[in-house]
Every structure is written in structure tokens, then in C-alpha cells.
Ligand binder design. Structure first.
Ligand SMILES: [Ca+2]
Length: 318
């Protein structure tokens, strides 16, 4: 049976429903009073409208990389040339190598030996160099002519300023020659083979200045002083590779010269003459771990020009 409701009933039902849906008057929360923020911020600051405070703009990171010899200027995010670096230094990713004659210092008692001139070693009567050996790189080297064949005080300092290409531990080595002459067996300093003893004319003085720490048991402050640096290259190109200094316990030791250097830092290296005749073809700081990755052995008589891949030799056109 169909029930027909009176229109009044419909009206009452409508009013009832409306009343239910609006029955939230007790819970009414008025909207927060929004006050307009009219603050003006200085340059470099931006208004935070929620807090109505000026907040410093974030600094955009400068992520550029500069070539060797240049550094980032943080103010304009551009590469700028580092002043006063010695020209002619070759930079690898993890090594620095140069010929000693690029110095701007007065050579003084260091003599530049060039191919075809007196005293140049492969042409010397007492040379021990085989045809298969490499001559001096660039056909030139420096020979110290002061003091005596055993040693002496630091003389004729040669300075080099370089920038570090990578933060890591570097070892110092030099390609070195001892131009030992023939002698009368039994005379002073003469070995049984008729040549001057192999521990003569084999060292110089070195010092590094800059922000670094020691990479081994040698004390930090010792590496910042002038120290004896020695090796072997008896009448052939070998290597200068050991430093004589004090360890952290205060004892005198011979050890690798290891320096923890920092990328972008500028360092000044000084070589001074010690033993007369000590001859230097080139100088290198290399990441010590290359000895493992390239399976290198750097010890007495190692010719570093042969032991390292060719790219580790200095540029010869400077
Ligand atoms: Ca050379």
C-alpha cells in the first residue's frame, strides 16, 4: 500500500535534517587573525611571510675545478692564477715533478751540466752508464761544486714553489748521480775497484715549508728544518730517497721523506748543496701508494726514470 505523506511532514523532516547538520555551533573556532607583514629585508635576505622575519639567502655553492696553478676565488667563483709559483713544474693528478734548473734562485755553486759540455756525465771518462741506460732527462742536470766529497754546511739554496694537486701522502725522491772518479787503490776514499767509494758525493740538504704533517715516524718539526737527503747512483743515474732526521721519540733515523700535503696549498721546497759532486737530474713528489699500485721499488740505485712510467718524467721543453 502506498503511503502518501502530507507536505507538512516533508517540511518538518527537512527542518530536522537542517538542524542536525548545523548542530556544531558549540565547537565553532573563529579563524586566526592574520596580520599583514609589511617588513622590507636588506639585500641578501628574503622575507619569510609565515614568521615575518628576514632570513639570509643561502649561499650558492661554487663547484668549479681549476687547472693546476690556479685556485677558486670564492667571491666570484672564478679560477685565478696562484701567484709566485715556480714556472716549469709539471703537475699530475697525484705527483709533482720538475727539473732543478727551473729555479729562479742563483745557481751559485751548482753547475748546469748540458750535453756536449765539459763534465757532462755520459761523456765522462769514468761514466758507468750503459748504452741502454737513459741519459739525463732534457740532456741537462745540476751538479753541486761546493764543500767537499763527504759533505758540508748547506750552500747555494735553490727554491721551488708549487701547489699541491691532491690531499694525500707524498714521498720525495730525486734522480741522482754520483760522478765518482778513478783513484789509486789504497789512497784516501778509494775503493778496491779503483773508483772513489760509493758513499761519497751522494747527498744534498732539503727543506719543505707549508701546511703539512709527517707521513711516518719522523717528527713533524724535523721535516720543517733543513735535513740531509741521500741515496745512491754510483757513476750512473740512481735515486736520492732517504732523509736523515729525528723520529717522534727523539732518535736519529734514516727514513723515507713522507709528507701529508693538502690540495690547493702552496709549498716552498729548498735544495741546498751538501756533498760536492752530487748531481740532480729531476725532483719528484709522488703519492706514496703508487709504490703499491704500480709495483715500484725505490731504493739505492733505482733509476726512477726507468722505474716509473714515462709520464712521471718532468717536462723537458721548459
Ligand atoms: Ca734533467
Amino acid at each position: 500500500m502506498k503511503v502518501k505523506l502530507h507536505p507538512f511532514i516533508y517540511l518538518m523532516m527537512f527542518l530536522f535534517l537542517c538542524n542536525c547538520s548545523s548542530n556544531s555551533e558549540d565547537e565553532f573556532i573563529p579563524p586566526a587573525t592574520v596580520q599583514e607583514c609589511t617588513k622590507t629585508c636588506d639585500t641578501g635576505f628574503t622575507l619569510n611571510e609565515e614568521t615575518c622575519e628576514c632570513e639570509e639567502d643561502p649561499v650558492e655553492a661554487c663547484n668549479i675545478t681549476c687547472d693546476a696553478g690556479y685556485r677558486v676565488n670564492d667571491e666570484n667563483c672564478e679560477c685565478e692564477k696562484i701567484p709566485d709559483l715556480t714556472e716549469g713544474i709539471k703537475y699530475g693528478d697525484n705527483y709533482i715533478v720538475f727539473q732543478p734548473e727551473i729555479t729562479k734562485s742563483n745557481l751559485d755553486q751548482w753547475k748546469l751540466r748540458t750535453q756536449g759540455t765539459d763534465g757532462y756525465y755520459p761523456e765522462h771518462a769514468d761514466a758507468n752508464i750503459k748504452d741502454t741506460d737513459l741519459p739525463a732527462i732534457g740532456n741537462s742536470y745540476l751538479e753541486f761544486t761546493g764543500n767537499n766529497l763527504n759533505g758540508g754546511t748547506p750552500t747555494s739554496p735553490l727554491k721551488y714553489t708549487f701547489v699541491c694537486p691532491k690531499t694525500t701522502k707524498y714521498r720525495l725522491v730525486m734522480r741522482m748521480l754520483q760522478p765518482l772518479e778513478s783513484c789509486t787503490v789504497g789512497s784516501n776514499h778509494c775503493a778496491d775497484n779503483g773508483y772513489v767509494k760509493g758513499d761519497k758525493r751522494n747527498d744534498c740538504w732539503v727543506k719543505l715549508e707549508g701546511d703539512f704533517t709527517s707521513g711516518n715516524h719522523i717528527a713533524d718539526d724535523e721535516l720543517k728544518k733543513t735535513k740531509k737527503f741521500w741515496g745512491r747512483g754510483v757513476r750512473k743515474w740512481g735515486s736520492c730517497h732517504m732523509i736523515e732526521a729525528h723520529n717522534k721519540a727523539g732518535s736519529g733515523v734514516n727514513a723515507k721523506a713522507l709528507y701529508n700535503l693538502k690540495k690547493g696549498e702552496v709549498y716552498t721546497f729548498t735544495i741546498a748543496g751538501r756533498a760536492q759532486g752530487c748531481s740532480i737530474d729531476y725532483v719528484m713528489f709522488y703519492e706514496e701508494s703508487l709504490e703499491t699500485s704500480l709495483e715500484l721499488t725505490i731504493e739505492n740505485h733505482t733509476d726512477i726514470a726507468v722505474e716509473f712510467p714515462e709520464e712521471y718524467r718532468p717536462d723537458t721543453d721548459k
